[in-house]
Design a protein around this ligand. Structure first.
Ligand code: UD1
Length: 428
């Protein structure tokens, strides 16, 4: 299994191109199942999660065409999905277990074919991650749902029907699945307490270009008037705010200066304001923003994860790593997932001073220096947190289980090496 080797101590300086957002691309790809016409997505990131979802879509009957393209001076991929006929409505365990986001086929297949058999994705390192909210909302739309032998069996007689859904908790996946299901339902669906993440808005915008009628985008109340048919469309995937936030922290932790090209500051308003509060200079440019931490004193600051527009849980591990070398202490509170401090024991092995309290919070006290070590992470964002620690640690850090990073960070070593990091992949 590949590893990443980082030798710490380099200040990062230069430009990094931000790729299309993984968490937007995944539901956009399954939205293509809602029509028999081609759906073209540009600015697609090059990631293993995208390849895994392609395998699932192909077995459902999609023909996929991939082209290389240069967008804004940056190499990207354009994918066209055409699903003339659904070959099978079964999403099998062998594919779903590789990627939780496979659950995004549920809404589209149920809306188009009236039935789905989806292997339950199960938990993951950061928590149990149930699907109960997706399922109870679809039941309200008329679906009959049973769980048998590890599979969700969902069926509907004729068509899903519009319903009034109030999510008791903000769910990104639940909101996306419901949005897709409601576009082809009979009548109007109202979703209250909907997720407002930029990736949800991106999905709503694609659905509108496919002929859907959706109102209230960007607010917590979405109204969808069902239509009889959707058509093909072209759509550019939004920039990855989590990738941009992760590299912003790389600039900050190495006290460097990086321009993030194609990043969208509006989608990162809370993390940007937090970075300013801890002492980093941030300047918006026409093509993204610049993080300048040169000669900055970085101070400890408390943070709590929340649904958008709050501080994203997907940047919590990276911020925790940044705080390990800050001046002073920081209380980090995780409110979205119950088990998202798996990076902490590994950071402790690198000399960090962190105390976890219960499941929900950690106190980080800044130390003068971290020291390189062989470490391993259990999820994508935690792996990036270890890379960040490695960038400033004394000596060599080896990050194991690189497949986590390959799921969500396009060309990670290339992008970091281009701004001066001493980093390379060790193939094994
Ligand atoms: C998505 C993102 C993930 C991000 C998360 C929160 C993708 C592919 N993944 O995950 O990177 O960290 O949003 O921003 O876009 N919950 C239930 N029942 C449900 C659904 C969710 O209890 O039916 C709970 C979850 O366990 C969690 C919380 O609700 O505690 C939020 O989860 P949700 O927003 O649904 O996360 P995902 O869509 O899985």
């Amino acid at each position: 299994m590949d590893k990443i080797k980082v030798i710490g101590g380099k200040k990062l300086e230069g430009k990094i191109y931000i790729s299309g957002a993984k968490n937007a691309a995944l539901p956009l790809m399954t939205a293509a199942l809602l029509t028999d016409e081609p759906v073209t997505l540009t600015n697609m990131p090059i990631l293993s999660d995208i390849n895994s979802l392609c395998v699932l879509l192909e077995q459902h009957g999609s023909k996929i065409e991939v082209k290389d393209e240069i967008l804004d001076n940056h190499e990207t991929k354009t994918y066209t999905f055409t699903t003339k006929k659904i070959k099978t409505t079964k999403a099998p365990y062998e594919i779903v277990r590789k990627m939780r986001a496979s659950y995004y086929v549920l809404g589209p297949l149920l809306a188009r074919e009236g039935k789905v058999e989806l292997s339950l994705p199960g938990g993951c390192a950061i928590g149990a991650r149930p699907m109960d909210l997706h399922l109870s909302a679809l039941e309200k739309m008329g679906a009959k749902i049973e769980i048998k032998k590890g599979y969700v069996h969902a069926k509907v007689r004729k068509r899903l029907k519009g319903a009034h859904i109030i999510f008791p908790k903000v769910t990104v996946g639940g909101t996306c699945n419901l949005l897709m299901a409601a576009t082809l339902a009979k009548g109007t669906t109202k979703i209250e307490n909907a997720a407002k993440e930029p990736e949800v808005n991106d999905l709503a915008n694609l659905l509108i270009s496919m002929g859907a009628k959706i109102y209230g985008i960007g607010t917590s109340i979405l109204t969808i008037e069902g239509v009889d048919k959707l058509h093909g469309a072209n759509h550019k995937v939004v920039p990855d705010r989590i990738e941009a936030g992760s590299y912003a922290m790389a600039a900050a932790i190495t006290r460097g200066k990086i321009e993030l090209i194609n990043a969208c500051p509006r989608d990162l308003a809370t993390p940007i304001s937090l970075l300013r509060d801890i002492g980093v200079k941030i300047e918006e440019t026409k093509r993204g923003f610049i993080i300048d931490a040169n000669k900055c004193k970085i101070i400890g600051k408390d943070v709590m994860t929340e649904p958008f527009p709050g501080f994203p849980t997907d940047l919590q591990a990276q911020f925790t790593a940044l705080m390990t070398t800050a001046d002073g202490a920081s209380l980090i509170t995780e409110t979205i997932f119950e088990n998202r401090f798996m990076h902490v024991p590994e950071l402790l092995r690198m000399g960090a001073d962190i105390n976890i309290h219960g499941h929900g919070s950690a106190i980080v006290r800044g130390v003068k220096k971290l020291s390189g070590a062989e470490v391993m992470a259990t999820d994508l964002r935690a792996s990036f947190a270890l890379i960040l620690a490695g960038l400033v640690a004394d000596g060599t850090t080896i990050v194991n289980r690189v497949y986590h990073l390959d799921r969500g960070y396009e060309k990670l070593e290339e992008k970091l090496a281009a701004v001066g990091a001493n980093i390379k992949r060790i193939k094994e």
